[in-house]
Design a protein around this ligand. Structure first.
Ligand code: UAG
Ligand code: ATP
Ligand code: API
Ligand code: MG
Length: 489
């Protein structure tokens, strides 16, 4: 167990005011009053729903040894030592690093940001590093890994305490590398404050999370601030095929490197051949086969290659490793029926991802093969993407079944109505709405004939459906397999 004196935890913290004379032992840090016990340092954060300052008394009553906060209420009772700071979130990042002895500085930490492709790139980098014989860690939407030990993920980017704890474990396990997704929520909420990055990768930025960021400009500003804050010792690898690729790195001190499938760049690739089995690519003049499908995945592969080169790995070794990579859970996962139907489960939950996946399928499918798309949109999330996702689905598919994703606290029927608003009247003939996702998937599979393709989009690796605060077991792949097996009997 880590134990430190409070003075060690806050040593060097800029501009704090201490109230109290004691220097208690700290063996736990939390920002949740419900997790407080003796020797705990409680950090009060102002959140989106609640204000942690309202729980200071509860934390102190539960025995908190110290409280970091932005203001202290006069009527508080107890004998905790107060550390008053200007910004508690920033202080938390600093203290978390200090408490765990800055594990990120002992790893080569690479952060991947962008609307789509983060999980894919971070996971493939982790796989590549391990293939090359290095111990490595991963922080991703699907799962976290401390070398080969899996740690369940709750967020795309965990909070800063969890991150430091995971990285501390990675260092203890002998890891040299850590690959992590950096979500825009995490940047905004300072969940990555105080981390030492060796590199940053930008994938793309398109419509997403406007419920949180309000405007696209603000979403861009937040993503860009990740690169603005990178040190000069880091690399910033950006995608020139995205309209905002150059803007992202225009104010960074990091060494800027670029990748592109279209124009001159530090790292370039070309697709030679594509099928549902994979792609033949050339990268840096070397030809190789990858089991991934779609132009967007060629871009992801190139980012992996570029980052590997920036980390000093041998080009040949990277390419050998990359040809052996295995697909990422729930990303373009193919399930074939005995009847000759191809079902594809994919995590596309943004308009751009959906368009990309559909375009990739359309590029490969032959005339006569019908494409049936099953898709929904999450509740308690960006409402403005709903009609756009429906419109993309209808534009690029033969038939569409609109259904529920994770409705969360919303009425699933209302979400479907909002999706329908993106479908013009003449096109509505192509669309069915079925609220029950299982029924929607089964209907799509039963309409499909030999050679047809069913795309089930939005939930990918997820093994649950979130309805009114409850997670009910649900797995798109299970539903498809079960249907295909019954059909064959
Ligand atoms: C909107 C959002 O991002 N919320 C995240 C945020 O919560 P918050 O700061 O708003 O918390 P809050 O509920 O307002 O509470 C404020 C403070 O009071 C404290 N509190 C509260 C109650 C109490 O009794 N005692 C107490 O101390 C809370 O612990 C918190 O510190 O910080 C929490 C701790 O890190 C997160 O768990 C929480 O994620 C929620 C569950 C969530 O759904 N987040 C999603 C949107 C998210 O973060 N997604 C991104 C990107 C997804 C992508 O890949 O596109 C991700 O990185 O996963
Ligand atoms: N480079 C890319 N450009 C556009 N779309 C992509 C790209 N890579 C993957 N996708 C699409 O986006 C979906 C999500 O991919 P991935 O999980 O890698 O993204 P992510 O950025 O981690 O998403 P999240 O924000 O939910 O964590 C994939 O299932 C695929 O449909
Ligand atoms: N990280 C994204 C995932 C969305 C996945 C989709 N299935 C949904 O629930 O909307 C979010 O939390 O917004
Ligand atoms: Mg992800």
């Amino acid at each position: 167990m880590i134990q430190k004196k409070l003075s060690e935890c806050i040593d060097g913290l800029p501009g704090f005011r201490k109230i109290g004379t004691l220097d208690p032992i700290i063996n736990n840090i939390t920002f949740d009053s419900r997790q407080v016990g003796p020797h705990t340092l409680f950090v009060a954060l102002r959140g989106t729903q609640r204000d942690g300052h309202d729980f200071i008394q509860a934390a102190v009553s539960s025995g908190a040894a110290s409280v970091v906060c932005e203001e202290v209420a006069k009527e508080l009772t107890g004998n905790a030592v107060f550390i008053v700071v200007e910004n508690s979130r920033h202080a938390l990042g600093y203290i978390a690093g200090k408490f765990y002895d800055y594990p990120s500085s002992k790893l080569n930490l690479v952060g991947v940001t962008g609307t789509n492709g983060k999980t894919t790139i971070a996971t493939l980098l982790y796989q590549t590093a391990r293939f090359l014989g290095f111990k490595a860690g991963l922080c991703s939407t699907v799962a976290n890994y401390v070398d080969e030990e899996k740690v369940e993920a709750t967020h795309t980017t965990p909070d800063i305490l969890t991150l430091n704890r995971l990285m501390y474990q990675m260092v203890e396990a002998g890891c040299r590398y850590c690959f992590m997704e950096v979500s825009s929520h995490a940047i905004d909420q300072k969940r990555i404050d105080g981390l030492f990055f060796k590199g940053g990768i930008f994938t793309n930025i398109t419509h997403e999370h406007l419920d949180y960021h309000k405007t696209f400009d603000e979403y861009i500003r937040v993503k860009k601030s990740f690169f603005d804050d990178l040190p000069s010792s880091a690399f910033a690898l950006t995608n020139l095929d995205d309209k905002h690729g150059r803007v992202m790195v225009q104010n960074t001190d990091a060494s800027v490197k670029t990748f592109s499938l279209r124009e001159m760049a530090s790292y370039r690739a070309r697709i030679i051949e594509e099928s549902f089995e994979g792609m033949q690519l050339t990268i840096d003049g070397e030809e190789f086969w990858t089991p991934f499908v779609g132009r967007f995945n060629a871009s992801n592969m190139l980012a992996v290659y570029g980052a590997g080169c920036e980390l000093g790995w041998s080009k040949k070794d990277i390419l050998v490793a990359m040809s052996r990579l295995t697909p990422v859970n729930g990303r373009f996962e193919i399930i074939r029926s005995e009847e000759g139907v191809t079902a594809i489960v994919d995590y596309a939950h943004t308009p751009d991802a959906l368009r990309n996946v559909l375009e990739s399928i359309n590029h490969i499918r032959r005339p006569g093969q019908t494409l049936i798309t099953v898709v929904g949109a999450g509740g308690n999330r960006d409402k403005s993407k709903r009609p756009v996702m429906a419109s993309e689905a209808v534009k690029n598919s033969s038939k569409v079944i609109l259904t529920s994703d994770n409705p969360r606290d919303e009425d699933p029927k209302t979400i479907l109505d909002q999706m329908m608003e993106g479908v013009s009247f003449p096109e509505r003939i192509k669309v069915l709405t079925i609220v029950d996702r299982k029924e929607a998937i089964r209907t799509a599979c039963s309409i499909a004939r030999k050679g047809d393709i069913v795309l089930v989009a939005g939930k990918g690796h997820e093994t649950y459906q979130e309805v009114k605060g409850q997670r009910i077991h649900f797995d798109d792949r299970e539903v498809i397999r079960e249907f295909f097996e019954q059909q064959y009997k």
